[in-house]
Design a protein around this ligand. Structure first.
Ligand code: AMP
Length: 217
């Protein structure tokens, strides 16, 4: 199974990719996570990406496309994957199509998380992530058992720098301009399935599982 999760920042793509990838044994390919790792390691890619990420802008296509191409050619991804946060521009989508064609692995479905602005803002401003393992939490809707610490690895929870209000505005503008056109792109390929992104995690997971079962029956 080869899935793309599409939608604005705060739509829940990362949360659901984490759950689905575990339940279905699929590789979770998150360009945001990979870029944050590169930033943490101060690798050449991380140093190039830093200024864009801090401002809530997109990292240039050539860097992200090379990253994803390499990741999808690894053995675990060849068994199936969930793309979370990629593609984000028409050029990335075209490059993905070309790579997957070369690898003989066409996409199964693109889930578009249609999410309203108030919900997106509430999720982004309240989001906290584990600084160690990256698990997502929320200050109101998904609290850890011990305040400020990750249930899974005990790491300290932090607010992503790009989840601050001034950066969120940029990220949403970038989404509207660069990523929103992909909905039409995948509609034309008959791959798009719209998902009610405003639903809470458990309900939305049930919807996703139901849709996947339907696609596979
Ligand atoms: P995310 O965790 O998916 O919200 O991504 C965090 C940040 O990483 C974004 O605001 C971008 O700066 C960068 N990023 C992640 N994925 C991409 C992508 N596909 N293309 C360009 N930049 C990306």
């Amino acid at each position: 199974m080869r899935l793309v999760l599409l939608g604005p920042p705060g739509a829940g793509k990362g949360t659901h990719a984490q759950v689905l990838s575990k339940d279905l044994s699929l590789a979770h390919v998150s360009t945001g996570d990979m870029l944050r790792e590169a930033l943490k390691a101060a690798s050449p890619l991380g140093l190039k990406a830093k200024a864009y990420m801090e401002k809530g802008l997109l990292v240039p296509d050539d860097l992200v496309i090379a990253l994803v191409k390499e990741r999808l050619s690894r053995p675990d991804a060849r068994k199936g994957f969930i793309l979370d946060g990629f593609p984000r521009t028409p050029d990335q989508a075209k490059a993905l199509d070309a790579s997957l064609k070369e690898l003989g692995m066409p996409l199964s479905v693109v889930f578009y998380f249609k999410t309203s602005l108030p919900v997106v803002l509430r999720r982004l401003t309240g989001r906290r992530v584990c600084g160690k393992c990256g698990k997502n939490y929320h200050t109101q809707n998904f609290k850890p058992k011990t305040d400020g610490f990750c249930d899974v690895c005990g790491g300290k929870l932090i607010q992503r720098p790009d989840d601050r209000e001034e950066t969120i505005k940029n990220r949403l503008e970038v989404y509207d301009k660069e990523t929103f056109p992909l909905i039409d792109y995948y509609k034309k390929q008959r791959l798009l399935e719209e998902i009610p992104g405003d639903l809470e995690v458990k309900e939305l997971n049930l919807v996703l599982v139901g849709r996947l079962k339907k696609s596979w029956s």
